[in-house]
Design a protein around this ligand. Sequence first.
Ligand SMILES: CC(C)(COP(=O)(O)OP(=O)(O)OC[C@H]1O[C@@H](n2cnc3c(N)ncnc32)[C@H](O)[C@@H]1OP(=O)(O)O)[C@@H](O)C(=O)NCCC(=O)NCCS
Length: 176
Amino acid sequence: MDKSIRFPTSLSGYEIEGLIGIDAPRLVPLYQGCSDYVVLERGEPPNVATAKEEFENFPPNRTEADKFVFGMKAIDGEFVGLLACDRNYPRVECWWIALFMIDKTLRGRGLGRALCDDFFRWLKSQNVKRVELGVITENEQALRFWQGQGFELVRTAGPVSIGAKRHMVQVLGRPL
Ligand SMILES: CC(C)(COP(=O)(O)OP(=O)(O)OC[C@H]1O[C@@H](n2cnc3c(N)ncnc32)[C@H](O)[C@@H]1OP(=O)(O)O)[C@@H](O)C(=O)NCCC(=O)NCCS
């Protein structure tokens, strides 16, 4: 699967772009627009290295070949959302969502839910059967968001170190 692959979005005025490592500097404004989340997770504000890391961190036994990063762009070309995932993790026909975030100023307007719906519809068309992800237990708002999207607890993991912080993580999953 080509890294420039994109999935159709139902959101008018937005488009999805498939991204690779050299695109990381273009994502810095979005990371800054999500600094509340980055600080909650890492204990430090984002910079260009934070954006680069997303392209370079893989789950156990997975490589760059299985990493897909999708940016959601507004009509002016600015990124307003980001979805990073790992194909066939933790098992075949299951994709792992590594990162999902919407610019703080645009949250609560249905963009996150629509992006999920569009992504899951596309995954289903690719014969993917399941999606899983990890939410740090401190991120209660995200837990509520994912529960609203039909995710259920698989297990609790950790503690894991992220940046300057240590977290317990709730692994959630849902069938497609
Ligand atoms: C989680 C996130 C992606 C949701 O995106 P969003 O565009 O704000 O969500 P939406 O507006 O589409 O909301 C979808 C549903 O979730 C609910 N929801 C969204 N944010 C919520 C919050 N902070 N608290 C409670 N419910 C929330 C909405 O009420 C809505 O419910 P409905 O479907 O019953 O109407 C966004 O808040 C975000 O980027 N957060 C910071 C990064 C993050 O925590 N990512 C997840 C890491 S695992």
